[in-house]
Ligand binder design. Structure first.
Ligand SMILES: Cc1cc2nc3c(=O)[nH]c(=O)nc-3n(C[C@H](O)[C@H](O)[C@H](O)COP(=O)(O)O)c2cc1C
Length: 401
């Protein structure tokens, strides 16, 4: 029996010594057992994958998925903030042809949802990034591959059988940056997504607690390697990482951005923008897209939900490039609200990791199916037959705010 206790001081639940986010508290403590579900397509909603993933994983690996920064409140906030927006459903529209399809960068997609970068996915299931790529192929989803992928980009591209985007951790060494970008381009990547929210000061206490609760010695399974991504991730294979001390330069300055813009032959997208000012600068300096993201609340405890950051970014970008959003997307209604507030597409992080951990590739497919089904349902209910018809006036802040 695992011990479960609730701490009113910290608003956390501790299960077997592992702190669980309050947002998952009700589910985690309901008998402290995952629902008796043996097939991915029987899971009712995206959140129900979370306890299944927790049951399937060692504490440290589940802690890696769950963790936020400090008290994890930005993680919660990302999710909870969606409930402050309410949908004004319309009744008299013709819904005989409902389509969730999206055109983005000249490619047509069946859905405005994409799979955001999640590193080290073989820590969650043997299928790893190949399982995610195959699920993305079956469902025609855009995949953003992490620099920290546990499988080589060429293999992932082959499994996806269509171009992926590479999320870039440039490191502090320009030679390494160049090596990663060129390899991604040679592999067929159609966009480089620079993560700008990771200067390297994050405090992931939930992960640290999970590691303390895990009796296994990490280095036994990590083949004696350290946890430094640049010493183990295949994306760094063949590169001289002897001068690398971090995943980012000491500041992603405008000068760095300009230099990267010169280097990248195709599209350059920035991930991790949360203010209108930064979005305007990025567009002036030639980026092709912005991802409003706070790294799923993993990097800093600012408590600003991405959905609350979106309107000022939309206002600053003025339609010049697509604005994407990730963070806390767990329901089709969340997708709908983000689109209504101006996002072109939305990314999911933890849900794909939960689906993968619980069931491998079929779990990722089920997560995608649930979100797509829920999006189509709310579009029908709200009287919006196309993504273009999901407009700003369909969403209001609750309590007249
Ligand atoms: C386990 C895990 C690993 C992640 N790895 C990366 C990464 O390597 N690079 C990156 O830019 N973002 C990374 N992210 C952040 C996601 O791309 C995304 O911004 C975030 O998870 C979205 O929030 P959500 O988890 O609430 O959907 C990671 C997220 C998780 C949960």
């Amino acid at each position: 029996m695992r011990e479960t206790r609730w701490s009113p001081m910290t608003r956390r639940t501790f299960i077997g010594g592992l702190s669980v986010l309050p947002v998952f508290w009700a589910r985690a403590t309901a008998g402290d057992a995952p629902p008796p579900i043996s097939a991915a397509d029987r899971v009712l909603n995206v959140m129900d994958f979370e306890p299944l993933a927790r049951a399937a994983l060692p504490p440290a690996h589940f802690g890696y998925i769950a963790t936020g920064a400090d008290d994890d409140r930005t993680v919660m906030r990302n999710h909870e903030a969606f409930s402050q927006y309410e949908i004004r459903a319309h009744r008299f529209n013709d819904l005989s042809h409902l389509s969730t399809s999206l055109s983005l960068y000249g490619t047509s997609w069946p859905s405005p949802i994409y799979l955001s970068a999640v590193s080290s996915m073989r820590a969650f299931h043997a299928d790893g990034e190949l399982g995610v790529a195959r699920a993305a192929a079956k469902r025609s989803m855009q995949l953003m591959l992490s620099t920290g992928s546990s499988i080589a980009i060429e293999e992932v591209e082959a499994a996806r059988s269509a171009p992926v985007w590479l999320q870039l951790y440039p490191t502090n060494d320009w030679e390494v940056t160049t090596g990663i970008v060129r390899r991604a381009e040679n592999a067929g990547c159609t966009a480089i997504v620079l993560t700008v929210d990771s200067p390297g000061a994050r405090n992931n206490e939930t992960l640290k607690r999970a590691i303390q609760a895990d009796s296994r010695r990490c280095l036994d399974c990590h083949q004696g390697n350290t946890h430094d991504m640049w010493r183990r991730a295949p994306m760094f294979a063949g590169l001289d990482v002897s001068r690398v001390t971090g995943l980012a330069p000491p500041g992603v300055t405008i000068a760095f951005l300009d230099r990267l813009r010169e280097l990248v032959k195709g599209r350059l997208i920035l991930k991790g923008i949360v203010t209108g000012e930064d979005a305007a600068i990025a567009v002036q300096h030639g980026v092709n897209g912005i991802v409003v993201s706070n790294h799923g609340g993993r990097n800093e405890e600012t408590l600003r939900a991405t959905i609350d950051c979106l309107p000022e970014v939309i206002a600053a970008v003025r339609g010049r490039v697509p604005v994407l959003l990730d963070g806390g997307i767990r329901r089709g209604t969340d997708v709908f609200k983000a689109l209504a507030l101006g996002a072109t597409a939305v990314g999911i992080g933890r849900p794909q990791a939960w689906g993968l951990a619980a069931f491998g590739q079929p779990g990722v497919e089920a997560v995608i199916d649930i979100l797509n089904r829920e999006l189509a349902a709310i579009m029908r209910q709200a009287g919006t037959p196309t993504l273009a018809s999901i407009t700003r006036e369909l969403v209001v802040r609750s309590h007249g705010g």
